[in-house]
Design a protein around this ligand. Structure first.
Ligand code: GLU
Length: 315
């Protein structure tokens, strides 16, 4: 039956057992520091909008947000700049291209298609308001702290590793500057802001809590604080649904049917609006940048509980 979660703890324990031996995929070695991730780590966490927590596996192991940060930094920029300004700089259309594609910038208006891909996220970084670089990164960290309900830090090793090897992202940022999407010449500072947001350390429960906050219209499930406006939460969910899984967003919508976002460190979060946030962490990813164990777990959960936002009540 749709959304009867009374046996959710047993279900996630079974899924954890089933997929722990599953070793397909690889760590994100294009960021050298991420290549060292412990491939045995595997956590599944569910946090309801009422603050109930279900978890199994390595839910306390920390990892960097990577692209799971993108919807929420977009939300911050949206609240600072308003929809009109945001839409003039970054679109809201899915692409069939990879997360780090440069091709679409050569097309049409040169505006990144959406804020979930790297070009869009780097453009969003250039729109974060603040009096200095430190002020801007502090604002971003503070936003994530209000989502998770405790203090967070940046993994400086991952930050430096990505900064040193980010030739492609650097090229994207320079193209964005060339086309006037980025308006200032401080390209390295904008990239540093993006790399730092990607390098914020969280664990699987944090990720599920972030998802639960968005699922609850912006209300943090434990502190009950309104972290973002409910309209912002709605816009974030729309973008996650249409663009969150890069070039497999259509397949994800078909097999899982929830707004979601993945990151190359192996985190994947999804929101069941009004009910809960779900997160899975396992650093073994596929060629599109999605955690393979996480995709399997979500597909099974979606089937068992009719999670799709389009499922009928009688399913
Ligand atoms: N920091 C990563 C990059 O820019 C994020 C990619 C991802 O998580 O999908 O390549």
């Amino acid at each position: 039956m749709k959304n009867n979660f009374s046996d959710i703890q047993n279900t996630i324990e079974e899924l954890h057992c089933k997929y722990l031996p599953f070793k397909d995929g690889h760590t994100a070695d294009y960021i050298p520091e991420l290549a060292h991730a412990n491939t045995n780590h595997f956590g599944i966490a569910v946090v309801t909008t009422e603050g109930e927590v279900f978890k199994v596996g390595n839910c306390e192991a920390s990892f960097t947000l990577q692209s799971t940060s993108k919807p929420f930094v977009y939300g911050l920029a949206l609240e600072q700049n308003g929809q009109e300004k945001m839409l003039s700089k970054v679109g809201v259309e899915p692409t069939g291209d990879a997360f780090n594609s440069i091709i679409e910038l050569e097309k049409q208006s040169h505006r990144p298609y959406n804020p979930m891909i790297n070009s869009g996220a780097i453009a969003v970084s250039s729109l974060i308001q603040g009096t200095s670089f430190h002020d801007k990164i502090a604002t971003i960290i503070k936003a994530f702290e209000s989502y998770v309900g405790h203090a967070l830090v940046v993994d400086e090793n991952v930050f430096l590793s990505e900064k040193k090897t980010a030739h492609r992202n650097r090229a994207i940022a320079h193209l964005l500057r060339h086309f006037g999407i980025i308006e200032e010449d401080n390209i390295e500072e904008i990239l540093d802001l993006y790399f730092k947001q990607c390098s914020i350390l969280v664990n699987t429960i944090d990720l599920a809590t972030i998802a639960a906050t968005i699922a609850g219209g912006g209300v943090q499930p434990f502190t009950k604080n309104q972290v973002v406006h409910s309209n912002t939460a709605r816009d974030i969910l729309s973008l996650m649904f249409t663009c969150g899984m890069y070039d497999s967003t259509g397949e994800w919508a078909y097999t899982v049917g929830l707004p979601a976002k993945s990151g190359v460190s192996g985190g994947l979060l999804a929101a069941l609006p009004g009910k809960m946030g779900i997160a899975v962490y396992s650093p073994l990813i596929d060629e599109r940048g999605h955690s393979l164990r996480a995709v399997k777990v979500f597909q099974e959960l979606a089937k068992k509980y009719s999670l799709s936002v389009f499922s009928h009540e009688d399913n």
